[in-house]
Design a protein around this ligand. Structure first.
Ligand SMILES: [Zn+2]
Length: 333
């Protein structure tokens, strides 16, 4: 178990809820309200969001001002919001992650109690996120969003998603278009390499920009991004990083190396780079060193981007039930 999983499972136990380690979501029920607790941004695992589905007696959404009053009255609740029947409220307490970690159990308990009494006060009743019926519900995660669904809405949603997935799969991948898109996207990375270098930096940022630009470009003009598309994109990233570096040297030759003084333009300077290396007017070690550094940063920037893209692809069209190992819904004592 990872450190965070360990922490979450202890937290769940101490606030009387259960922990779904597969999805990193803490879930449970209190006074009939189906509750989940998760980190909206996994980089800040101790900044958690409280999520339930409920509706007011009139069916109108709770006004932002009322959430503001709630946040004022319960110090561990941030300003919440309601979208459809979904109510989300961030748990605050402290902006300091370490402090938050030490106090999260009491922050969560107070937050949950505060939210439940607020909902009771407004006469809200628990319901399904989608149809709003007071059916028995369970929590689901789908495409990065969370829902509390009755069995009927769950079935509908799965059906819609299967149809959508089929439509996606039928879309043809246009490789030529994808390559053009990737090259256009890679220009952003090239610009980034050159600009950063002119400012005196080599940074992982250019790797991230290169990776996002190429993958996004491929997907936009290629219709969809398959494994083949990812491989092609990686090759384009490698080539364009080389070209970006060489362009950067060409600019230096033009500006500082006297290229402009003898009447050469940027294109001519670019073509002269191998000759300048041969004549040792550009030091080979500096040239190779810079290129290696750019490739290291491409690796640092591109690998997480590609991994998250692959993960996103995998989660697309997937719908998982929170705590699927347990029974339908779960009750707090
Ligand atoms: Zn429903």
């Amino acid at each position: 178990m990872s450190k965070i999983s360990d922490y979450y499972s202890q937290l769940a136990a101490s606030i009387g809820m259960r922990y779904d380690s597969e999805n990193d979501v803490i879930y449970g029920q209190k006074e009939g309200f189906d509750l989940i607790l998760y980190a909206a941004d996994s980089r800040y695992p101790y900044t958690m969001t409280l999520h339930t589905a409920a509706k007011t007696p009139t069916g109108a959404a709770i006004h932002k001002d009322e959430f503001k009053v709630l946040a004022k009255n319960v110090k561990n609740l941030g300003v919440g919001s309601q979208e459809g029947n979904n109510i989300t409220i961030p748990l605050t307490g402290s902006v300091n992650q370490k402090k938050l970690r030490d106090s999260l159990a009491s922050v969560a308990t107070e937050g949950i109690n505060g939210l439940i009494s607020f909902l009771r006060e407004k006469g809200c009743s628990p319901c399904c996120s989608l149809c709003g019926q007071p059916e028995e519900i369970a929590a689901y995660k789908s495409g990065g969003s969370y829902y509390h669904l009755c069995q009927k809405c769950e079935t509908n949603m799965r059906g819609n998603m299967a149809m959508e997935a089929q439509k996606q799969a039928q879309k043809k991948e246009n490789i030529a278009g994808g390559i053009v898109g990737a090259i256009i996207g890679s220009l952003l990375g090239v610009v980034c390499i050159v600009l950063l270098s002119q400012l005196g930096y080599v940074a992982a940022l250019s790797g991230v920009v290169m990776a996002i630009g190429v993958l996004k470009g491929y997907e936009l003009l290629g219709g969809r991004l398959t494994k083949k598309g990812i491989v092609i994109s990686i090759v384009i990233m490698l080539i364009m990083t080389y070209l970006g570096d060489r362009l950067d040297w060409a600019i230096r030759v033009l500006r500082d190396g006297g290229g402009a003084d003898v009447g050469n333009n940027l294109f001519e300077c670019y073509r002269m780079i191998p000759m300048l290396l041969k004549l040792e007017l550009i030091e080979m070690t500096a040239y190779i060193g810079n290129l290696v550094l750019l490739y290291v940063f491409l690796l640092l920037g591109a690998v997480p981007t590609i991994m998250s893209k692959i993960k996103e692809k995998k989660e697309e069209g997937q719908m998982v039930r929170i705590g699927s190992a347990g029974g339908y819904g779960s009750h707090m004592n």
